[in-house]
Design a binder for this molecule. Structure first.
Ligand code: FAD
Length: 401
């Protein structure tokens, strides 16, 4: 190709541009962004919500200067539509059309805000973080709806700053979606420890000026309500130009080519649902994929068939309620959990997921056990899932690998 158009000016987009230039691509690179801001990192928006006022630009964090590496960067020119041609693609904007040989969709995600919750805030952008920070003062009552990764992180930092925090969760335990109810429940005691009230099994009906109204008629009065109930791929702008999953995701192959479209249409980061030989279909939504997958995309684009595809294990990290968590791999609800260490001991511990009745390891969660993180990474590098002796793995005194 002699030109690449990257849509979205976030982490994945930045990494696509830097991988193109590192690989020696001398053609034209154009980037379109929507927020009017240079690329920035999102994880600090929740973890440092109340102790950092400006987002740390990605240029500082990952050493890439998008603005210098691309030929043209339009930071406030959202894509409104896509036309795919046999030999390229055209992206439509309010300020005109951009045509290129290759288009990379990297428009990330948006936070979910249910229709009956107009008064709720969300936290996805730097602008959201500024607004939430301005709204929260010590002594205020904050209701966080959703005890997922972001809800747990915000609850902890707000409580530490003297905000009166209640977390309202529809599921039986925090992090049920990511960890399942039994492991998620092991994180529930952390809330009280950090002066956060946690209500589980409490679906929200609506959010209004007085706070949260629960489905069972109960009320949680609050000055500020944060909806932290997930994110969806930001692909509505594509209309019917590409096949999209019900949640908006774009299914891609191992080289990040969009399935059902010509191979010069690619997608990466939060928008992509990628095929992994080891883990099955892996959704976006996490920083590590947006950081590293662009290198695989660019290698496949410029040298198709040359390099083996890196098949990285899904990897999530979170700092919440005084703990460091990492989750590697992908468990399914039927998997069985083995604990390594005692969650009630106050020491770090690890949860291991195995396929039912087998020694096949599918996922690893570490809580304040940095040494297990490196071992878990190595366990997920072979082409197939690792086999592990369950009783040995359960002994925290023995190395995981
Ligand atoms: P983004 O970084 O979101 O970039 C997409 C960009 O595209 C955005 O700037 C957007 O404005 C732009 N865009 C959207 N629509 C258009 C359009 N039509 N035209 C042009 N541009 C458009 N992950 C972890 O693994 N660990 C964490 O601890 C963690 N913490 C997080 C905390 C918060 C508060 C949030 C919101 C996310 C967190 N994540 C975390 C997720 C992680 O930040 C994302 O997975 C990552 O940013 C994805 O990168 P991306 O480039 O795909 O999307």
């Amino acid at each position: 190709p002699s030109s690449v158009l990257v849509v979205g000016a976030g982490l994945a987009a930045t990494q696509v541009v830097s991988a193109l230039r590192e690989t020696g691509f001398g053609g034209r690179v154009v980037v379109l962004g929507a927020e009017g801001l240079p690329p920035y990192d999102r994880p600090p928006l929740s973890k440092h919500l109340l102790d950092r006022t400006t987002p740390a630009w990605l240029a500082d964090e990952v050493g890439t200067d998008l603005l210098a590496l691309a030929d043209e960067v339009h930071l406030a020119t959202p894509a409104r539509g896509l036309q795919v041609h046999d030999d390229g693609a055209t992206v439509l904007t309010e300020h005109g059309a951009h045509r290129a040989d290759v288009v990379v969709v990297a428009t990330g995600a948006h936070a979910v805000r249910p229709a009956r919750w107009p008064a709720a805030r969300t936290l996805h952008t730097a602008q959201d973080a500024d607004a939430l920070r301005a709204a929260l003062r010590p002594g205020d009552r904050l209701a966080v709806v959703g005890a997922g990764w972001i809800g747990a992180e915000v609850a902890g930092v707000a409580a530490r700053a003297g905000v009166d925090v209640t977390v309202v969760e529809a599921g039986p335990a925090p992090l049920t979606g990511a960890l399942g109810a039994s492991v998620g429940a092991l994180t529930a005691p952390w809330y009280a420890e950090h002066d956060v009230r946690l209500l589980t099994g409490a679906p929200v009906d609506r959010v209004d000026d007085e706070g949260v109204r629960l489905a069972d008629g109960g009320r949680v009065r609050a000055d500020v309500v944060l909806a932290a109930v997930g994110a969806r791929p930001a692909t509505a702008w594509l209309g019917t130009a590409l096949p999209r999953e019900p949640d908006g995701a774009l299914r891609v192959d191992e080289g990040f080519a969009v399935l059902g479209a010509p191979r010069h249409v690619r997608a990466v980061g939060d928008v992509a649902l990628r095929r992994s030989a080891r883990h099955g279909w892996v959704p976006g939504g996490h920083w590590d994929g947006a950081l590293r997958d662009p290198q695989t995309l660019v290698a496949d684009l410029l040298h198709p068939g040359d390099a083996p595809h890196a098949d990285r294990a899904p990897y999530v990290f979170s700092t919440q309620l005084g703990r460091e968590l990492t989750l590697l791999g992908a468990a399914s609800p039927a998997d069985e959990v083995v604990l390594r260490g005692d969650p009630r001991s106050g020491e770090g511990w690890t949860a291991l997921w195995f396929r039912a009745g087998s020694s096949t390891l599918t996922a690893v969660l570490t809580v304040d056990r940095p040494r297990d993180v490196g071992a878990a990474r190595r366990l997920f590098t072979a082409p197939a899932l690792a086999e592990l002796d369950r009783s040995r793995a359960a002994d925290p005194a023995l190395p995981l690998r």
